[in-house]
Design a protein around this ligand. Structure first.
Ligand SMILES: NC(=O)c1ccc[n+]([C@@H]2O[C@H](COP(=O)([O-])OP(=O)(O)OC[C@H]3O[C@@H](n4cnc5c(N)ncnc54)[C@H](OP(=O)(O)O)[C@@H]3O)[C@@H](O)[C@H]2O)c1
Length: 269
């Protein structure tokens, strides 16, 4: 099968994670990956790390690619797409991971010919344990969405959602790693308080967080049912849970997601 040409415009942190994920996974024979950056220096560095064609020439990328994956900062998107709109044609798929840029904007700025998919990955994609929400935009057919699912599936789990929910996705899974780091840090502090070394306390906290998350995903049970399973009558866990309820952990987490969702909406203007 002929390899599809996939150009990553903006081979920065996320762009590089996607390139690495694709090159080291089951899709390594499916795509011929290239990339672009703004500066020669970044292009040179990315080229030597990834061993792929990387330049500062976006016109070449837009002319030749079957799939363009846009991974520049949001404020750079309009200028890049408008400058290359005349090169973008109807057989191309344009996937954007740029926060707060809608599929309508992507379509308008790119000249209205390519199929559009919007995606919102999170940073654990860097270690193939991320989650990416994707949605279809103008001219996106099932095959295009399947391609996006395949690409982001190499970096973790994929969830197809309505675009209207993307601010909420940003507030939940986009910002979520930061909330979890804070919880791990707090549990680790508690470990230190009860006499465990910081290194071991962090290991215990992080692995507990990962194990519990894996139980939810693997067993596909309601988290409350799993919580009940570990809560022995008159045992230790119920005392811990009571302290969390007293500290309003539940409502605090809900408020955190709502606050980040609101900010994401405001950033869109
Ligand atoms: N980081 C996250 O957690 C995360 C999660 C979900 C979505 N996103 C989205 O992913 C996008 C990229 O984020 P990032 O963290 O990977 O940013 P980043 O590390 O700063 O990477 C941006 C890349 O874009 C390149 N670039 C800038 N202008 C360009 C141009 N005119 N032509 C070609 N390349 C250009 C930069 O090159 P130079 O180095 O030469 O300037 C750099 O390689 C953002 O839109 C963000 O909203 C990020």
């Amino acid at each position: 099968m002929k390899k599809q040409k996939l150009a990553i415009v903006g081979l920065g942190k996320m762009g590089e994670a996607i390139a690495q994920g694709l090159m080291s996974g089951s899709l390594s024979d499916d795509y011929q990956i290239s990339g672009t950056t703004r500066t020669e220096e970044s292009a040179k560095e990315a080229k030597s790390r990834l061993k792929i064609h990387c330049t500062t020439d976006n016109s070449e990328a837009f002319n030749e690619a079957d799939i363009i994956l846009l991974s520049v900062k949001p404020h750079q998107v309009e200028k890049i797409l408008r400058a290359n709109a005349s090169r973008i044609h109807e057989r191309q798929l344009l996937i954007s991971i740029c926060a707060a840029i809608s599929t309508e904007q992507l379509s308008e700025w790119s000249g209205g010919k390519a199929a559009i998919v919007r995606a919102m990955p999170n940073t654990p994609c860097l270690i193939k344990s991320g989650v990416t929400a994707i949605c279809s935009g103008p001219r996106c057919e099932k095959s295009h969405l399947k391609t996006a699912e395949k690409i982001f599936g190499e970096l973790g789990l994929v969830s197809v959602l309505e675009e209207s929910l993307f601010d909420g996705v940003t507030g939940l899974s986009g910002c979520g790693p930061a909330y979890v780091y804070l919880m791990i840090e707090s549990l680790s502090e508690a470990g230190v308080k009860v006499g465990i070394s910081r290194k071991q306390a962090t290991l215990l906290a992080a692995q507990t967080m990962m194990g519990a998350a894996k139980m939810v995903l693997d067993r596909e049970e309601h988290p409350a049912a799993l919580k009940d399973e570990v809560t022995t009558p008159a045992g230790c866990t119920i005392d811990g849970l009571m302290a969390l309820e007293e500290g309003k952990l539940r409502v605090t987490l809900i408020k955190a997601v709502l606050a980040a969702t609101k900010r994401s909406k405001l950033m869109r203007g």
